[in-house]
Design a protein around this ligand. Structure first.
Ligand code: IMP
Length: 425
C-alpha cells in the first residue's frame, strides 16, 4: 500500500480537506506534519459540515488512526476544545488519536506576541497572520526555548512554563501588551494535559513500525507551497515547511518510504492574508469567484483574495514537491464563465519570467501573461466521470496539466464526496 504525501500547491485553501477525506478511505493512518490551529480543513459528510484545525480529518472515519506529528505546533486548549466539539457530535477520538511527544506547545504568550507584533508592523509589512501564535512558537522551537507535548506530562511542567512566562511577560510589556497570568496558564494547561495524556506518545516509532507492518500512511500538509517558510513569498508566509520535504522532518519517516506526492490545486487561485499575488482580480470577476466558491477563511472567516489560475506558481510547486499527479478542485466554480484566463508566464521589467522569483519586490512588479480559454457554461456538479465533462471543461483541465508538467489524478467538481472524479489515480 502506498505512503502518500498530500500538499497544497498554491497559497493554502486548495480544498485539501475534501481530497484527504476521500483518500483516507484507502489509508490506515492519517498524519498531520506541520502548522497548527492556523489551518482549517472543511469536510462535508451528508448534511454534516466539520471544520477541523488540528485533528486530521481522518478522525471522521471509523477505525482510522490519526497522528499529530512532531512538526506540528499544538495549542493544547484549542485541541481539547476540538476533541470536545467532536465528542458533542458523537465522534470520539479515544484510541484513534496520537500526538507526538516532540510536537511543540503553543502558549497564550505566543498568541499575544503574534497579535502584538502584527499590530506594531507598519502598513505594507503586515503579514495578516491568523493570530494563532504560530510564528512565535516555531521561533521558540528554533531558539531552543520551546516546550514540547511530552513536557506537558512532566512533573516540572508548571515550573518550566513559569520560567518562560517570566521572560515573555517582559517582552509583552515592552510591546505595550498586558502580561499573561502565570497561575491561570499553569492551571489550564494541567487540565488540558489530563485530557491529552492518553494520546501523547512516541509517534515516530509508532509510524515507522506501521510502515514495516505494511500499513498505508497519508501525510497531510496544511497551508500551501507559496506559504512555505523556505519556498513561499517570504516574509508573507507561515513559519513551517508546508512542502513535501516537511512530511519527513515533521513525522520522522525517511524520504525513501514516501511512494507518491499528490499536489492539490484549485482551478483558480486564492490567498488569505497579505503578500504578492500576481493573478489577483480586484474586479467583479474576482468578487464573483469569491461568491461562487464560498471563499472565506475556515479559521478566521476572512474573505479570500481571488484570481485566475497561475501556472507559474503551480509549475514551481510541481517541481519543489515532486508532484506525481494533481488533484484539481473546485472546477464547478468556473462553470458559468464565458472566458477563463490562465497565467502562463510573468512579465517583469520588460522581460518574460517563467518561474517564481525569490525576491518579493520583483514578484510584486510581475504582471501575468494570460492565455484565454473558452468557458463551458454548463453545470458540472453532477458529473461523476471525467469522460462526461463538457469538452471545453476537459480541454481546460488538460491545458492546466500541460502547462504545469504533471498529470491529472483526481478532479473535484463539488463539495460532496461523490463529486470527486478519479482519473487513473
Ligand atoms: P500564520 O500561519 O498564522 O502565521 O499566518 C501567516 C500567513 O499564512 C498569513 O497570510 C495567513 O493568512 C496564512 N495562512 C495560515 N494558515 C493558512 C491556511 O490554512 N490557509 C490559508 N492561509 C493560511
Amino acid at each position: 500500500m502506498p505512503n502518500t504525501v498530500l500538499i497544497g500547491a498554491q497559497w493554502g485553501d486548495e480544498g485539501k480537506g475534501k481530497i484527504i477525506d476521500v483518500l483516507t478511505q484507502e489509508s490506515d493512518i492519517v498524519v498531520r506534519y506541520q502548522g497548527g490551529s492556523n489551518a482549517g480543513h472543511t469536510v462535508e459528510i451528508g448534511a454534516q459540515r466539520y471544520v477541523l484545525h488540528l485533528i486530521p480529518s481522518g478522525i471522521l472515519h471509523a477505525g482510522k488512526q490519526c497522528v499529530i506529528g512532531n512538526g506540528v505546533v499544538v495549542d493544547p486548549l484549542a485541541l481539547v476544545a476540538e476533541i470536545e466539539e467532536l465528542a458533542g457530535r458523537g465522534k470520539r477520538v479515544d484510541g484513534n488519536l496520537f500526538i507526538s511527544d516532540r510536537a511543540h506547545v503553543v502558549f497564550p504568550y505566543h498568541r499575544a506576541l503574534d497579535e502584538n507584533r502584527e499590530r506594531l508592523r507598519q502598513k505594507g509589512e503586515k503579514i495578516g497572520t491568523t493570530k494563532r501564535g504560530i510564528g512565535p512558537t516555531y521561533g521558540d522551537k528554533a531558539a531552543r526555548t520551546g516546550l514540547r507535548m511530552g513536557d506537558l506530562l512532566d512533573p516540572l511542567f508548571a515550573e518550566m512554563a513559569a520560567e518562560r512566562l517570566a521572560e515573555k511577560n517582559k517582552i509583552l510589556g515592552a510591546l505595550g501588551a498586558e502580561p499573561i497570568d502565570t497561575a491561570a496558564v499553569q492551571e489550564a494547561y494541567a487540565k488540558a494535559a489530563q485530557v491529552l495524556a492518553p494520546c501523547i506518545t512516541d509517534t515516530v516509532t509508532r509510524l515507522n513500525r506501521a510502515i514495516r507492518e505494511g500499513k498505508s500512511l497519508l501525510l497531510e500538509g496544511a497551508q500551501g507551497t507559496m506559504l512555505d517558510i523556505d519556498f513561499g513569498t517570504y516574509p508573507f508566509v507561515t513559519s513551517s515547511n508546508a512542502t513535501a520535504g516537511g512530511a519527513c522532518t515533521g513525522t520522522g519517516i525517511p524520504p525513501h518510504r514516501i511512494d507518491r506526492v499528490i499536489g492539490v490545486v484549485k482551478a483558480y487561485t486564492t490567498r488569505v492574508g497579505e503578500g504578492p499575488f500576481p493573478t489577483e482580480l480586484t474586479d467583479a470577476t474576482g468578487a464573483r469567484l469569491g461568491r461562487e466558491g464560498h471563499e472565506f477563511g475556515a479559521t478566521t472567516g476572512r474573505p479570500r483574495r481571488c484570481g485566475w489560475f497561475d501556472a507559474v506558481v503551480a509549475r514551481y510547486s510541481a517541481m519543489i514537491n515532486g508532484v506525481d499527479f494533481w488533484a484539481i478542485t473546485k472546477l464547478d466554480v468556473l462553470d458559468k464563465l464565458e472566458t477563463i484566463r490562465v497565467c502562463v508566464a510573468y512579465e517583469c521589467d520588460g522581460r518574460r519570467v517563467e518561474c517564481v522569483p525569490s525576491n518579493i519586490r520583483m514578484l510584486d512588479r510581475c504582471t501575468p501573461v494570460y492565455e484565454d480559454i473558452p468557458g463551458w457554461q454548463t453545470p458540472t456538479r453532477d458529473v461523476t466521470r471525467f469522460e462526461d465533462l463538457p469538452a471545453r471543461a476537459k480541454a481546460y483541465v488538460e491545458r492546466l496539466c500541460e502547462l504545469t508538467g504533471a498529470p491529472l489524478g483526481i478532479l473535484s467538481v463539488g463539495p460532496r464526496r461523490d463529486s470527486t472524479l478519479r482519473v487513473g489515480a
